[in-house]
Design a protein around this ligand. Structure first.
Ligand code: GAF
Length: 384
């Protein structure tokens, strides 16, 4: 929805113009999956799909929230009653950010907020992080909190981990806050150092398709947390702070030391090889060998399917069908257990590929997927 529409709806709901309108995008992760809570590397880019928020300050300790995308009216909350994991609804994301800001000592005295989003929910495209980041950016601006983008991302992650109760890493919030149009973000999640890597597929006659399988997923469910706990167990058994500290060249020796801890062996192998895949993709993009990243993306999928075990039949079908129909590479993206896959393809193959995936889904009796082209877009910003 455009800034003007969001602004007008705010005025209808709250009886006055908002002080401003902000937007924050969803993301696609090109490579580097589940590495973020292992202090590793990730490489997301922002989608044109975004959460837009019209916001005004209040001084009476009240937070009023409304979403264009959810049935129901304005929800009114008192700031001094906000408490972690007290809310199972969509309001937990914006309220969690207000809670995290106040908990960090920032003086936020209330807000009226109207939200509208074009980021598909439950599709592995960071709809939650986009809501968190747009609220943090808006309140940071209005209350003049002087927060840098990486600080916004950390606060949003805290809102998600503690207030919402989902044990996610820092990738999605940083992507939404820091990505730039025409670039992928090479992020070191240990110190949040980042490099913008030019990623202009159209200029090279390439396309990156997102295939939303329509299989919904949630990170507050147990499987994500189990993978995270397994990785932490691996790091503890190997005597390192995080799996990021196992160099790729020492992987075999590290796995041998894990003995018969089969599940941990698989998790460790995925994380260490995935960090190396991110570094390979960065090198290939830097040297202009964009087509050569395809097989690296596909290796990433195999590792997520067989070692990390977070794929599902729909995601595997996208990858297999795409590869059988000329894709350069394909993989699931995001947290897994559903959500979306990405497909790197020649522009000239897009129609054939899309049709092949749609037909394969129909033949398998799966819900029709939603396929769209992902163009690396701008990060969070003020619109009005
Ligand atoms: C989800 C999480 F929110 C991220 O932090 C990340 O772990 C991702 O899954 C997997 O790479 O999007």
């Amino acid at each position: 929805m455009g800034a003007q529409q969001v602004r007008e709806r705010f005025a209808e709901l709250y009886g006055a113009e908002p002080e401003g309108v902000w937007a924050a995008p969803g993301r696609v992760n090109l490579i580097g999956e589940h590495t973020d809570y292992n202090d590793g590397f990730v490489m997301p880019f922002a989608l044109p799909h975004r959460a837009t928020a019209a916001v005004s300050r209040r001084t009476d300790g009240v937070l009023r929230l409304h979403s264009a995308d959810i049935e129901g009216g304005v929800v009114e909350l008192r700031l001094d009653e906000l408490a972690p994991q007290s809310d199972q609804n969509w309001t937990a994301y914006p309220a969690g950010v207000v809670w995290a800001l106040r908990e960090a000592g920032h003086s936020v005295t209330g807000a009226d907020i109207h939200l509208s989003s074009t980021v598909p929910t439950g599709a592995g495209l960071s709809s939650s992080a986009s809501v968190e980041v747009v609220i943090a950016l808006a309140l940071g601006d209005l209350y003049d909190l002087g927060l840098q983008r990486w600080q916004l991302a950390r606060l949003c992650q805290r809102a998600e981990n503690v207030y919402v109760g989902a044990p996610t890493g820092i990738m999605d919030q940083t992507a939404s806050a820091c990505c730039e149009a025409g670039h992928a973000l090479f992020l070191d999640t240990r110190d949040l150092s980042q490099q913008q890597i030019p990623f202009d597929l159209a200029a090279e006659g390439l396309r990156l398709l997102v295939v939303d399988t329509q299989v919904k997923h949630a990170h507050s469910g147990g499987e994500y947390g189990k993978r995270r706990a397994g990785c932490e167990k691996g790091a503890a058994l190997l005597g390192v702070d995080a799996l990021r500290d196992i160099p790729y060249g020492e992987l075999d020796a590290a796995l041998a030391r894990l003995g018969d801890e089969e599940e941990v062996v698989r998790l460790v192998r995925h994380i260490v090889t995935e960090d190396q895949r991110v570094e390979r993709v960065v090198e290939l993009l830097r040297s202009g060998e964009t087509r050569a990243i395809g097989p690296v993306l596909t290796e990433g999928h195999t590792s997520l399917r067989d070692d990390f075990r977070i794929s599902c039949p729909e995601l595997d079908l996208v990858v297999d069908t795409a590869l059988a129909n000329g894709a350069l590479g394909a993989r699931m993206t995001g947290g897994g257990f559903g959500g979306s896959a990405i497909v790197l393809a020649e522009a000239t193959d897009v129609d054939t590929l899309t049709k092949a995936v749609e037909e394969a889904f129909a033949a398998a009796g799966f819900t029709a997927p939603r396929v769209f082209e992902a163009v690396p877009s701008a990060g969070a910003r003020r619109l009005v």
